[in-house]
Design a protein around this ligand. Structure first.
Ligand code: ZN
Length: 677
């Protein structure tokens, strides 16, 4: 592993933060924390922590000895001084005298000693940092070190490699017990440069930021070199079908099966060479189900993945049945694990949902599952890291981690669960929406509104730049898609499914207006309009229900049909006719798929400023009627101009309604000629 320390960069951190009254110690602490956090082979997604002992002034202007230690919820890769809250060191050190300390008392003791009452909770490993005397302390869950310690004889392996340079601490859950034990190991030989926390990670320390960091890189490099000497070929491949089914066909089946208590999950797929090598192994059930490389992964990945049968092309039904059986076993195993371990708890725990968070599909790859796309991505990242660690561990011997009881203690530890955050979910959380014509106007407004309600949103538009720009506003997926090309629509849906695991809500919105007197209109104009204003809606809806039927969790189709569908304008037949057909299409879907819980509804909007009704058109029409632009735009029963956001709100309302189907909602400020009976 490369040592990235640079004197120049270090100086620039000190200079930059001096302007914000951050002292040299804290500035350098930020610098090397970021160096560590930027290396995924050392820490991932909030894992690991660092500290520095320094002095700061309190409100009375007195110099106070403090420990600045990583705050819970901060990621080291992007840490700022606020992410290293200052805790009074004296009172923390007093705690070493205690024999016992509850989690709640520990958190409280750390909080009441904060210099800033609004700071985040200091790390759960704060006491350990406080008890050790060193100025700079670095802690990571380095993959290479875990591969060595996560072995049956992990301690012996580490002792042979690091010798007296390091101290060795047996596995104990973070807290006072671990902190006291760590201090004891250190005091037994104060010449050590750091400590190996067996089955957990590594600590290094030093007088300077550079010193502690360089020791970390040095020790991890030693571990990496040792692993290189292991076997080259690790896993024996299982016999798998020649051709496997596509991810886009498999994911909706899995997403439907893993719905629990009415709640669905968002998926994130990984299928690189290392992942395939792992999931295709004959002994996957042994090495993949031991537990996580470092204990705190368990809160996101669970102890074990679900391993499905290998899917064969054309054998989707067999895959569904086989997976349902495997999942049933998984859930029963999880519930038994909970019962078994909850029995010995003094304070009884509440069982978490028993669904897996990692699914391994031989021949295909793996899925990370989470309540939203970000959580799913983090889970998939951790699953890939576990594969990295397990693969390297198996080069040397056999992967082995902490006991089931220890795993349970971390999974159900309130301080770990607190890291996941609480709070109520938004109404469309855990849903995946697709919006066509989402790059501008009503489509863009609808995409934004769905995202604001918590949905993951894929924005499809002919104009790729526009789709990407709208999607970037809320971290969604932007895709180029010409909806009149049915193969392009299929490809786009495949991409959405690959990204999120499925589809729940589809807003078929793309459209364009073609004027023409019906008796004289060229055939091509009418057919072109039917391609976009009718057939495109059909291929979008067809793809949507294909995925929704595979999921078996219902769904929601929404069509933009415009007031033209019921109240045609003169010389506007090429636009109104296909829109009327699309209104009938909406009803047909409601009729044919209602029994599967798939709703189908439409919105009739009118007179919305957009690509269809440009400012120039508004000007011309207002002038033709002798009206001001604003009088023209608000020429409806309510006398109010209707905006794209008004239409978006109704699409969202329909998406949230559970008992409405085959309905048309008008959003036109009131137009009696377009009113529906
Ligand atoms: Zn740790």
């Amino acid at each position: 592993m490369k040592n990235l320390w640079s004197d120049r960069e270090a100086r620039s951190f000190v200079r930059r933060y001096a302007k914000e009254c951050v002292n040299r110690d804290r500035a350098l602490r930020v610098y090397t924390s970021r160096l560590l956090g930027g290396e995924p082979a050392l820490v991932l997604h909030g894992g690991g922590n660092t500290s520095v002992k320094t002095t700061m002034k309190d409100v009375m202007g007195q110099n106070i000895e403090v420990l600045c230690v990583k705050g819970s919820g901060w990621d080291m890769a992007a840490i700022e001084p606020e992410g290293l809250p200052a805790v009074r060191l004296g009172p923390l050190r007093e705690i070493v005298k205690l024999k016992r300390l509850s989690d709640e008392d520990m958190v409280n003791a750390q909080r009441v000693n904060l210099l800033d009452s609004t700071a985040p909770n200091p790390s759960v490993e704060t006491l350990l940092h406080a008890f050790l005397p060193h100025k700079f302390i670095d802690h990571t869950h380095a993959n290479a070190v875990l591969s060595l310690t996560d072995q049956k004889d992990g301690e012996a392996l580490c002792r042979r490699l690091f010798g007296k340079k390091m101290g060795y601490v047996p596995y104990i859950k973070p807290g006072l017990g671990l902190s006291r034990k760590t201090l004891q190991v250190y005091e037994a030989d104060p010449s050590v440069q750091g400590l190996i926390l067996l089955k957990h990670g590594i600590f290094t320390f030093g007088d300077t930021a550079k010193h502690a960091y360089s020791r970390m890189i040095g020790m991890v490099t030693l571990a990496e070199l040792r692993l290189k000497k292991g076997r080259k070929k690790v896993f024996t491949a299982a016999k798998l079908p020649q051709k496997t089914t596509a991810v886009a066909d498999i994911a909706p089946v899995l997403r439907g099966l893993t719905r629990y208590g009415g709640k669905r999950l968002i998926f994130d797929f990984r299928g690189g060479a290392k992942v395939l090598n792992f999931v295709n192994g004959k002994d996957i059930r042994r090495y993949a189900c031991q537990g996580t490389a470092t204990p705190d992964h368990v809160i996101r990945t669970k102890q074990k993945p679900l391993i499905t049968p290998a899917p064969e092309t054309g054998g989707l039904n067999a895959f569904r049945k086989g997976t349902a059986r495997a999942l049933d076993r998984y859930v029963k195993d999880y519930q038994a694990y909970f019962k078994r371990n909850n029995r010995r708890q003094k304070i009884k725990r509440t069982e978490l949902d028993p669904m897996p968070r990692v699914i391994m599909v031989p021949g295909l790859g793996l899925f990370g599952l989470g309540a939203d796309a970000k959580a799913a991505r983090i889970t998939a990242d951790l699953a890939e890291t576990n594969i990295e660690v397990i693969t390297a561990a198996e080069r040397l011997g056999a992967y082995k981690v902490i006991s089931e009881a220890d795993t349970f203690d971390i999974e159900y530890w309130s301080l770990e669960q607190a890291k996941l955050g609480k709070g109520s979910e938004k109404p469309l959380a855990r849903h995946v929406s697709v919006v066509t014509g989402g790059g501008s106007g009503i489509g863009a407004a609808t995409a934004r509104a769905l995202a604001a309600e918590g949905s993951e949103v894929a924005v499809l538009d002919q104009d790729e730049k526009a789709a990407l720009a709208v999607a970037a506003e809320f971290g969604g997926l932007g895709l180029a898609c010409d909806v009149t090309d049915s193969r392009a629509v299929r490809r786009a849906f495949d991409q959405v499914v690959k990204k999120y695991g499925g589809v729940d809500i589809v807003v078929s919105n793309a459209g364009a207006a073609w004027p023409g007197t019906i008796g004289e209109v060229p055939d091509k104009v009418l057919r072109d309009s039917f391609e976009l204003n009718f057939f495109a809606h059909q291929s979008v809806a067809q793809n949507a229900v294909r995925v929704m039927v595979a999921q078996g969790t219902g769904g929601c189709l929404l069509f933009n049909t415009s007031k033209q569908a019921v109240n045609p304008s003169k010389d506007f037949g090429p636009y109104g006719l296909p829109k009327a057909a699309t209104m009938a299409l909406m009803r047909q879907y409601a009729l044919d798929y209602g029994h599967l819980g798939i709703k189908s509804n439409a919105v009739n909007a009118d007179r919305i400023r957009s690509g269809l009704l440009t400012d120039d058109m508004v000007k011309a029409r207002a002038r033709a009627r002798g009206l001001s632009q604003s009088d023209y735009m608000s020429g409806n029963l309510l006398g109010r101009e209707v905006t794209a956001d008004d239409v978006a709100k109704v699409f969202v309302d329909l998406a949230r309604s559970t008992k409405t189907t085959a309905a048309i909602v008008t959003v036109d400020g009131g137009n009696i000629a377009a009113a529906l009976r």
